[in-house]
Design a protein around this ligand. Structure first.
Ligand SMILES: [Zn+2]
Length: 467
């Protein structure tokens, strides 16, 4: 397939590099990939492995490489499973440069401030040292350099970095790393394009190697029109019943997407005005950061903004960052909508609302995101009739509905199309960041449909590539 390469070896000398899948292999979370060519080492992402607890025991394990020996860290986006162990990397000796887009840097800073609190609380409960503290976060931020999309940057060791828009969350990037004539692509997470706020995922062509995500490697999503219709119906129903619509939501992208959709319903007269409370200090901070980077939005949203619409603001929307404001929601009249974290009901203010409102059959709990096994959100979604919240028994009489189409990830079909754009040049695709079943399924489809070699690496495995 690549005979011409062999015949021109005199022009470009091949060198070997070792690609190590230190995390994010055989599992969705904990992304952490190391490329080492003997003279220069760089990492892509350094995330937490997530599960029932914010910090699983494995996050405490030492890194399988010496953090002090790594020259550069490239960050694709600001979700915890891509950034959550960076302060630990710094604490354990990393002194190199951290590269990301400007908005990823800003959201990461807000995320670290929040996770330091949660990590501290968990460590106290378990009577262990926290994974990292404020001081480690401050040191981390001092190493950070920002690079805009499409701004080719020399990162040392003969490698250059180019960020393309991944369309997954604000600031999310695909990292194209070039060395001589070879292009290695780290996809990070790829967005469910077209998305209502963000730009589409950019095409990547001419890749030689790809380290790609596969969260939905074996599934396709429900129609985008359907998810909008389900959300609207839930609002209309709650209005008719005079109840409370609770929506547990993740702080980055999901919350902003909900606000944007509700803003559209109100503006287009599809629903009457209804009080909406955004009851999450973290989601409020992230929403403010979204407003700081309108250049990262797609053209139609940019046009709406230029015509004077604030896409995250409509009548009767209240942000309630302070505790007293949050408490006062309970005293306000129904019908109303409460959007609060955490997204899987594993902490945060949503618990206070669920404790108060789940017992009333007039209310609706609307689940708009993936609920991991073992979480309270998953138990409620699976139909539990009696649960415990903050040491109190709660009977679930409210209606529980789920909308699956709000995913921020590409589905199987679109992941395959993404790879197809580079299928002429690809030597190998490493299918990562997915459950084993999902990764193997996608790897098989890449081989069968595109005739491209693909491989599902195991956590800790190292593979030699030619660069
Ligand atoms: Zn992500």
């Amino acid at each position: 397939m690549h005979l011409w390469r062999g015949s021109t070896t005199l022009q470009i000398k091949m060198s070997k590099a070792k690609l190590t899948f230190a995390g994010g292999a055989g599992t969705v979370t904990g992304a952490n990939f190391l490329l080492d060519n003997g003279d220069f080492k760089f990492l892509v992402d350094c995330g937490l492995e997530q599960g029932e607890k914010f910090c699983k025991d494995c996050n405490y394990d030492p890194f399988i490489y010496d953090p002090a020996s790594v020259d550069v860290l490239i960050v694709t986006h600001s979700h915890s499973d891509h950034i959550g162990r960076i302060p630990k990397l710094v604490k354990e000796g990393f002194k190199g440069v951290i590269y990301s887009t400007p908005s990823t840097r800003d959201i990461s800073e807000v995320m670290f401030a929040d996770s330091v609190k949660i990590i501290g609380q968990e460590a106290k409960k378990e009577d262990v040292e926290p994974l990292y503290d404020d001081e480690d976060v401050a040191k981390t931020m001092s190493l950070w350099k920002t690079v805009k999309y499409h701004e080719n940057t020399d990162i040392g060791g003969g490698f250059s970095l180019n960020f393309k828009d991944a369309g997954h969350i604000l600031g999310s990037a695909i990292a194209e790393v070039t060395h001589k004539d070879k292009k290695i692509v780290f996809t990070g997470d790829l967005g469910n394009t077209p998305a209502p706020i963000l730009r589409d995922t950019e095409k990547v062509e001419g890749a030689d190697y790809m380290v790609m995500e596969s969260v939905y490697g074996d599934r396709n999503h429900e129609d985008k029109e359907e998810r909008r219709a389900h959300l609207k119906q839930a609002i209309l129903d709650i209005k008719k019943r005079g109840g409370v619509l609770m929506i547990p939501a993740f702080s980055i992208q999901r919350t902003q997407l909900l606000l944007y959709e509700i803003n559209n319903f109100v503006e287009e007269g599809e629903i009457d005005e209804i009080p909406v409370y955004l009851d999450s200090p973290l989601a409020i901070k992230v929403t403010n950061l979204y407003q700081k980077y309108p250049e990262n939005f797609n053209e139609s949203v940019k046009k709406e903004i230029s015509e004077g619409d604030n896409i995250f603001e409509f009548p009767k929307l209240s942000f309630t960052p302070r505790v007293e404001e949050s408490k006062s929601i309970a005293k306000s009249d129904s019908p109303k909508i409460v959007i609060a974290g955490s997204g899987m009901s594993m902490g945060g203010r949503i618990l206070h609302h669920e404790k108060k409102y789940l017992e009333d059959k007039n209310n609706i709990l609307l689940i708009v995101g993936y609920q991991a096994a073992g979480t309270l959100g998953r138990r409620i979604q699976d139909g539990a009739k009696e649960i415990e919240i903050m040491e109190q028994n709660v009977f679930v009489r409210a209606e529980v509905r789920s909308i699956h189409g709000f995913s921020a990830h590409k589905d199987s079909e679109n992941l395959l199309s993404f790879v197809e754009d580079s299928s002429d040049t690809l030597r190998k695709v490493f299918v990562c960041m997915g459950e084993p079943k999902s990764s193997s399924f996608l790897a098989q489809r890449i081989r069968d449909f595109l005739d491209v070699e693909s491989y599902v690496p195991e956590k800790g495995e190292s593979i030699e590539i030619e660069i």
